[in-house]
Structures are given as C-alpha cells and as structure tokens.
Design a protein around this ligand. Structure first.
Ligand SMILES: [Zn+2]
Length: 170
C-alpha cells in the first residue's frame, strides 16, 4: 500500500506545530509527512508564520521553488551559523576566479606556442600601417606592443617556464 498519498495524516508542518491539518493547508503540498526535517529546519531559521506569509505572497506555481530555496538556505544556515549559504557562494566564486586565471594563463601559453611555431619569415609580414590616422593599435588583441613579432630566443626565460626543464639542477 502506498502510504505517501494517505491524505488523512497531517503534513510535516502541522504535525510539528501540533495543529489540525486543514484541506487548504498552505504547507501541505510542500512539506509532506515523510520529510519532517525539512519543515523543522525552515521553522527554526525563518519561523512558521514568516514561511506562511512568504508562500501567500508568491504565485502558486512558484511556491515549490520558494520552499526548496528556503529549505536549502535553512539547512546551510544550520550547518554554518555564521555564513550559511553565503559560505558556499564565496567558495564557488573563489573557484570561478581561480579557474578564470588558469584559463587566461593557458590561453596565453597557447598564443606563445602558436607564435613559436610560426615560420621565421616575420620580416615578410610587416604590419600594414599605411592609414596611420586610425592607428588604434591593431595588434592590441595579442597584448604586445610589437604586434606579431614573437622573438624565438626569449622563451627560455619565460616566467611560465613549465616546458619540462628542470631549472639548474642537472
Ligand atoms: Zn498542514
């Protein structure tokens, strides 16, 4: 017998609050009796009357999302009373920044590799700067003031010298 659809048992909220669960109970659709901890957390952090007020203020189709976000925030706040879910957000933001830096460094390395693989005919590929009036730095996309010139002898002194060379140990 599927007891989860047994409508006579009060929802988790009414059971927790020791009150009669009416057919129009605003908590019942979102706090089933099988998940008592969900309401306990939300009640502890936000208070039942605030949750009820909030659910009445949002559209019925948004209430499930609202309850889920309240439950997430409440659980995070119980686990981390100081930062709550802000702690998780800032960890993820730091991770995004770190990965962005890593991506930038990798892209810069890719540009260096592709420069090193260029045939040494760079004297033939002079920059077209006839229309000097609009000299708005066409080479700025490479981040070098020298345009396409990539000296092939300087890459040993590269600050990111991770080309597999053990530095000076051997
Ligand atoms: Zn109820």
């Amino acid at each position: 017998m599927a007891s989860s659809s047994y409508s006579n048992s009060p929802c988790a909220a009414c059971k927790f609050l020791r009150r009669k669960c009416m057919p129009d109970c605003i908590f019942a659709p979102y706090f089933p009796p099988e998940e008592p901890q969900k309401f306990a957390n939300v009640h502890k952090i936000f208070g039942a009357s605030n949750v009820s007020k909030l659910l009445n203020e949002v559209q019925p189709y948004q209430r499930e999302d609202a309850v889920n976000s309240l439950a997430y925030e409440a659980e995070a706040r119980i686990k981390d009373p100081v930062y709550g879910c802000v702690g998780a957000i800032s960890v993820l933001q730091r991770q995004v920044l770190r990965l962005q830096k890593e991506l930038d460094a990798t892209n810069a390395e890719l540009i260096r590799y592709s420069c090193n693989e260029m045939p040494s005919t760079h004297h033939g590929m002079r920059r077209v700067s006839d229309d000097g009036g609009g000299g708005d730095g066409g080479g700025s996309s490479l981040g070098h003031s020298h345009g396409f010139h990539c000296p092939t002898t300087s890459w040993n002194n590269d600050p990111c010298g991770n080309y597999g060379y053990p530095r000076g140990d051997i």
